[in-house]
Each structure stands twice: as C-alpha cells, then as structure tokens.
Design a protein around this ligand. Structure first.
Ligand SMILES: [Zn+2]
Length: 838
C-alpha cells in the first residue's frame, strides 16, 4: 500500500468516493435514525471552488446509491455473535468506526502545488485505507462476514446548541460565515484577521464549516454509540482536529473542540450514566482548548502528555487568556475542577515508548483509576509517532496499542478514540491500526524499549509531586503546604555551608573573603573561604565546586528523609586538606546549585539553569581574580572547577587570555552534567595549545561528549582530556585525586625543594591578615559586610570592594584564635553539653 502516492487528493478520487460513500449516505436506519440530519445536504457549501465542484457529481451519485452490503450497525444483525467454541467467552459488541469521506473537503482555498499543508485531507483516508488493508474495516469487495469488521457509525453535522456547550455564539457565527466567502475573501481573512480574531495556524475554505461540523458531530455520535451500548468502543477518524480550538478562537488547524463538545453532549444526554468523563490526550501538542473548556469541571478529568519545552513548543500560550504558557504541570484546574487537569509536559523532544509507558504507569492509570470515569475519550493525535515531522518523538504503534489497552481497563471498556493531529500519513495509518486492533480485542504487540529517558523520569516525578496534592493514590506527597505553615524550615544547603565554614575554620583557619554582591542571599553566605596565607608567596589552589553531595535513603511512602539515613559526602575537602598539608594556600568557592531568595517560599525549587549558574560562577571568578588572586604573591595559581566551575574557568580564560596565560599554572576540570567547554580564541590561535598544556580535564563516563562528533577526533581546544571511568563528581574526585595531586606536585617541585622544612607545620602562623569578623565571636560573613567604600566598581553582579588597585581586601586583623561561632568559643568539654549551632 502506498499511502503517499499523491493520487488520492480530493480532485482525483472518484474511486474512493465510490468505495466509501455508500456507507455515509443518509438512509436513516439504526444509529442513523437517531441522528437523522434532515438539514444535511452533501452539496451544501461546496459550489464555489474549483476543487469542490469536481467532487460534487461523484457525491451526488453516491448519495443515491444503495449499498450492496449495508455494513452499518444494525441492532438485530449486530447482536453479540455466538462463541466459536462452546464455553469460550465471546466479544459482547463490536468496535465502532466513524469515517466520512466528506470531511476531506476542508482544504486550502488556494492550495499550493508543492507545499502541502501538514493537515492534509488525505490523513483520514490513509487511516481508513490502512484499516481496510488490515482487515479491520469493511468496504465493498472485502470478503468475510461483515460483523467481524468494525461497525460503521454515521457522522452527522453538529448543531449550534451542541457547539455552544463549549464555544460562544460569536464563534459559531464566524465559522458559519466562511461558507459564503470566495477563495480570495478567505485568503484575505487569513491575512487580515482584525483586532478581535487571530488566525493562529489555520487555513480556511468554504467547506470548512461543513467539515468541522461533521467532525464534531462524528465525535458526538462515536461517544453516543458507546453510551447507547451499540458498540463496545469506537474509533472516530475525523478531521479537522479540535483540541486547540478555544472558546472563541480557531487555532492550530482546529475549529471546534470536538472532544469537549462530545463530552458535554454526552453528560447532558446521559446524565448520571455519563457523569464523569476522562479525556486522555496523547497528541504531541498540549490540548489548550480541551483544558480551557473543562478547567473548572470536577467531572472531567483531562490528562495530556505533550512536548512542552518550558513553553517553547506549540501552543505556547493563549491569545485571549493572556496566561503564561499553560501546558505546564502547574496548571491543575480551578474552582471545583482543581486537580482534574493534569499536564505531563516533556521538557525535551524525542520522547519514546518507555517514557509514555512510564507516565502511564506512574500518573495516568493511578489517577484515572481513582477518578473512576464513566467514559474515556482519547484525543488521539498521532504526531508523537515515530516519523512525524512536527512532533519529533518516537512512539511506536505497539506503544499506542499498550496505552489503549491500559485505558480499556477503565469505564468498563467504554473508550472512544477521536483523531486529533498526526501528519505523517504512514505513521498515523500504522499507529491508528494498532489502536484499532487493540480496541477490537487483539493483545498489544511487544515493546522494544523499556528504559525511560532521564528527563522523562524527571518530568514524570515532577508531575507526581504536583498532583500528589490532589490524588490520594500518589506518593510521596508534596511538602509545600506543610512547610508554608508553622514549620518554617531552613534550607539544608545553607546549614551545610555553615557547617563547612565551621570545620574549615577549625581545621585550617579558613575564613570568608569579602564578596560584594548586590543581591544578597543566604546562598552566598560563606561562599568563598580562604586560608589566611592566600596572599603569600606560595602556591594557591582555588577550588570552584558544587555543594557537597547528600545521599539519602528516603522513606518509600512519604519520601521523608531521616537524618540517620542521610549521608553527606564532601570529597572536595580532602583536596583542601591535602593542599594545606603541602603548604599551599587555598581558596574554597562554593557554587550553589540554586540561589534562594530571602523572601522565597518553602516550595520545591529546581536547580538553576546551567547557563545562569555558569554566568554567575564566571563573574565570581573574575571578581576573585581581580581582587584576591592577581595582585598577591602566589608562586603558582591552580584553578580547579567541578561542573559549572569548569565553565567558569574556561569563560574566564577566554575573556582574559593574557592575564590567564601569565599567572595561571594549571586549570583542572571535572565535568559530569554540564557541557564540556572548549578553550579557543577567535584572534589567538595559540590559546588552545597553551590550554592543552596547562589543563587536566576529567569527563564523566556517561557524558554526552563521548557520543558527539567531537569525540571521534578530539581537538586540543578541549584541553588534556581524560575519560573518567566514573559517572558522578564525587566518585570522579576520588578516582582522580592521585593524578591531580601528582600534577600539582610536579608543577611545584622547585618551590617545595627551596622552602624551609618547618613551613609545613606553620600554616596559619605567618601573620597573614584574617578578615574582620562582623560580630564578636562569629566568623565573618563576607557577603553581608559592607564594603569600606560603598559599592565600589561594578563588575557584573559583583562590585569590587576597593577597585582594582586593592592589593588584598584586608579588612582588619582579628585575634587569630577567634573561633568561628559562639558555640565554639567554649572549651571542648563545655561544647559537649551545648546544643549544636543553629
Ligand atoms: Zn498535535
């Protein structure tokens, strides 16, 4: 079957009309009688364009022809078929199929020959053809008893009253008005939409109102057939799609929100029997229309899995609501409907089967089971399918079958599948077939991939945390509400840095350097700690590192972390200890992964973006260089950076080529979860060679770099690269400590051989200045100290305390023995009886 051969465009498909039209005539039997559309004229609205004129004769003829085999559902004929063998269960009803060739009449008013619009009329035909080829749908010429096929359900035009369950009168009137416009007028309408209306990704034709009405009416009849018990489930192959259409706006190829209209119509008609409707939207785009239509309805659960890319993927936002990008996980419904809107937004493209199945297992099925719907409607776009040009994801037909299969366990199997997007004719045909087969009772195919992506797991866990507020089945529960109350916790990263400052003070008399930062935050307290000898003529090691790693074994149900099941690993400190022992001066820089503001909430905070963190770290390093490193007497300067520290070092070198080459002895990087940066200058070809000689770069085993094109022939500009056998920073710091210390010893060999032996023991006692403590008995919290001369010279976010000429920001000399905190002023014995520092 060649679905893409181009012969099946509307203008040349008499054979298609012949073969399918017989089943969409209005003869008014069975299901058709309930919906007999006396106002339906197949020719309505089609006389004005060349395209549609050519279709009219075929339609006319087909409309009068009596089908040789009437395959539509007939309550008598389609009674449950007998079991093939005694004692075996049999299917109690057929699967229904809504397909009407006339929905293909919605085409571009002035089509371009070479640039076919993705919302191609052939989409629905491709699916129908695939159904026929797969033996799922009957058409003239097919063999076998008709009741082994899907039962055909007539589409019909939606009424104004039905449309207005979701849309405004104004919207209905405007869509209707299109039928009387010429092609030129329609193009003009698109190009000059006026103040009130935006034309966001749609095309118009005089037949649009007719096709949109059939599409919405088809969705309603699909759901009605299930609720009436005529079919067990149904596949509605309808277009134009609907899930982007908003209350008063066409959008994203959509005119009427088919699925929401069907939902409201069934709720109205069937009352208590169809009170709760679950709409699952697996189209790759967020169904903004469905969300809007049901946002405050507690009886409609809407769950959408879609690519979101932090709001940078269609549909970014709503023109009329002027909301933030609203496909994010924080849009959970409002009023009585709070908690019945569940967005599962993928932050990345390229999601596959395992991600979707994981989301189903972790979120969709638990929530839907708890919701316990009366009817399930799938807003089934197949644009997340492998091969779709707009979606860029990789969902296979087998995964669609599995998702359908899972959903069939709900609502006694009452599942209506309504086509939404999907633009690769081959992909949608194969995916729809897999869904159709499953609806008919065939078990799903086996899946090939089982491991969700890291970002997929992150996205799912983020949604679980958010939705745990509304669904009792989801654990662990979000802590925000508890922390917002009287608990008022303090963030652990602040406490840990305080503890680090305390121990580094105790062991090496390291104390905070003054950093002028305009935005004050606890995250920067004690950010930079230095040994007292950092200005002296000795090697200086500056370590820009991530916060220590916390390993915890949380309670599996509550997620609660008990202190006895939590470990803090601070490997960087072993480097500090080593360097101090060698007689090096050390500046220890903590790079927080998230900067909390003092007026911040107690909510869960994501790690700040790498780009932002790297920029902050670069500014801080430049500040340190200007004020504390460049002008001192260091014999050697070593910069060592982990993750964003690595980015900061490279950025700094590139921005200060000469100064860096002059003073920097070695740059050591550990790279785990940030991009590996290259050190290349546009003007100075020598820089990369210098960097190659002056660097050690350890890159995690699983880092994406090793799979990139650069890894095949590694360039010097990446420095002296080592592929670490380890995967995370702490393990890498342990594994390569010998290599790093060996290199530092080699570089400093001459200095070490020339210095007096006693120097090792005399680290703190050289009379070097200690910064002045702010309060008596406390270690100085440099960031919060006022600069002697106000804000000084601005240097990005950081301002120099005294400008560049300052040799060292020596603020004063406190007594050397001043312990860092009040608690530690006590004798060791007394200390035992004191409560720990707060
Ligand atoms: Zn879509």
């Amino acid at each position: 079957m060649d679905l893409d051969d181009g012969t099946d465009v509307l203008m040349h498909d008499d054979d298609v009309l012949d073969s399918t039209e017989t089943y969409t005539q209005f003869t008014g039997t069975s299901l058709g009688s309930a919906i007999k559309p006396e106002h339906d004229d197949p020719r309505e609205g089609f006389s004005r364009t060349k395209v549609l004129k050519s279709a009219t004769p075929a339609l006319k003829g087909a409309g009068l022809k009596i089908a040789s085999v009437d395959h539509r559902l007939n309550p008598r004929k389609d009674a449950p078929r007998p079991p093939k063998f005694d004692g075996l269960p049999y299917s109690t009803a057929q699967t229904g199929l809504v397909y009407d060739v006339r929905m293909r009449f919605h085409v571009e008013a002035i089509p371009s020959e070479h640039d076919m619009h993705p919302e191609d009329p052939r989409r629905i035909h491709a699916i129908f053809e695939a159904f026929v080829h797969a033996g799922l749908a009957w058409r003239e010429g097919c063999n076998g008893p008709s009741d082994y096929y899907m039962g055909r359900i007539d589409a019909r035009k939606v009424t104004k009253d039905e449309v207005c369950l979701v849309h405004t009168d104004k919207h209905w009137d405007w869509v209707q008005s299109l039928s009387t416009k010429t092609a030129e007028e329609l193009v003009d309408e698109l190009q000059h939409p006026g103040e009130y209306r935006q034309m966001d990704s749609v095309y118009l034709s005089p037949s649009t109102p007719y096709c949109a009405a059939l599409s919405a009416g088809g969705a309603i009849e699909a759901c009605r057939a299930i609720m009436l018990g005529t079919v067990k489930n149904v596949f509605a192959v309808i277009r134009p799609p609907g899930h982007h259409a908003e209350r008063e706006d066409v959008k994203g190829f959509c005119f009427y929100d088919n699925v929401s209209i069907a939902t409201k119509a069934c709720q109205q008609e069937f009352g208590e029997r169809c009170r709760k409707v679950f709409i699952l939207d697996w189209d790759v785009h967020h169904g903004n229309g469905i969300q809007q239509a049901n946002y405050d309805d507690p009886n409609v659960l809407y769950i959408s899995l879609h690519v979101h890319k932090d709001g940078r993927f269609y549909p970014e936002n709503s023109y009329r609501d002027r909301r933030d990008p609203y496909g994010d996980h924080l849009h959970c419904g409002e009023g009585a409907g709070l908690g019945t809107n569940v967005n599962i937004p993928w932050r990345n493209h390229g999601m596959g089967d395992a991600d979707y199945i994981y989301a189903f297992q972790q979120i969709v099925m638990p929530i839907a089971t708890e919701f316990d719907p009366d009817l399930v409607i799938i807003a089934a776009g197949f644009d997340a399918a492998e091969g779709d040009m707009l979606g860029g994801c990789h969902v296979t037909p087998a995964a669609y079958a599995h998702m359908t299969h899972m959903l069939m366990s709900l609502a006694k199997g009452r599942v209506a599948v309504c086509l939404e997007g999907g633009y690769n004719l081959d992909s949608i045909a194969r995916s729809a077939c897999a869904v159709g087969r499953t609806l008919m009772g065939e078990p799903p195919d086996r899946l090939d991939s089982f491991n969700p992506t890291k970002s997929g797991v992150d996205d799912v866990k983020m949604v679980v945390r958010q939705q745990s507020k509304f669904w009792s089945c989801l654990y662990p529960k979000d802590l925000t509400a508890r922390l917002a109350g009287p608990l008022q916790g303090e963030r652990m990263h602040d406490l840990v840095r305080k503890w680090q400052a305390t121990t580094l003070w105790e062991e090496h008399e390291m104390s905070p350097l003054f950093i002028h930062k305009e935005k004050l935050s606890k995250s920067f307290e004690n950010q930079v700690l230095a040994t007292p000898n950092y200005t002296e003529a000795r090697p200086l090691l500056v370590i820009l590192h991530d916060p220590p790693e916390v390993l915890a074994s949380p309670d599996p149900r509550t997620g609660k972390i008990e202190l006895h099941n939590t470990w803090l690993t601070d490997i960087v400190k072993t480097y500090v200890n080593w360097a101090v022992k060698q007689g090096f001066a050390v500046i220890d820089v903590n790079l927080p992964k998230h900067v909390t503001s003092d007026d911040g909430t107690q909510a869960h905070e994501e790690v700040d973006e790498v780009v932002y963190r790297t920029k902050e770290a670069t500014q801080l390093l430049s500040y340190l260089w200007d004020n504390y490193i460049e002008l001192n007497d260091s014999t050697h300067v070593f910069l060592m950076g982990t993750n964003t520290g690595h980015g900061a070092i490279i950025n700094f070198i590139k921005a200060n080529e000469e100064r860096a080459q002059e003073r920097l002895t070695k740059a050591i990087s550990f790279v785990e979860d940030v991009p590996l940066q290259s050190c290349k200058s546009a003007t100075n070809d020598q820089l990369q060679y210098w960097y190659y000689g002056a660097s050690l770069v350890f890159v995690a085993d699983e880092h994406g770099f090793w799979h990139s094109e650069f890894a095949r022939k590694i360039k010097k500009r990446f420095g002296r690269l080592y592929k670490s056998g380890e995967e995370n920073i702490s393990d890498m710091l342990i594994a390569h400590k010998d290599a790093v210390t060996e290199a530092l010893l080699q570089e400093t060999e001459q200095w070490r051989s020339g210095r007096p032996a006693s120097d090792d023991e005399d680290m703190a006692g050289t009379g070097a200045a200690l910064p002045e403590p702010i309060q008596k008995g406390l270690p100085p919290v440099g960031n919060f100290a006022l600069s002697p001369r106000g804000k000084g010279i601005s240097n990005g976010n950081f301002a120099s305390p005294r400008g560049r000429a300052t040799r060292s920001p020596r603020i004063g000399s406190p007594p050397k023995a001043t312990p860092p905190t009040a608690n530690f002023a006590l004798s060791p014995r007394q200390r035992l009886s004191r409560s720990p520092a707060k």
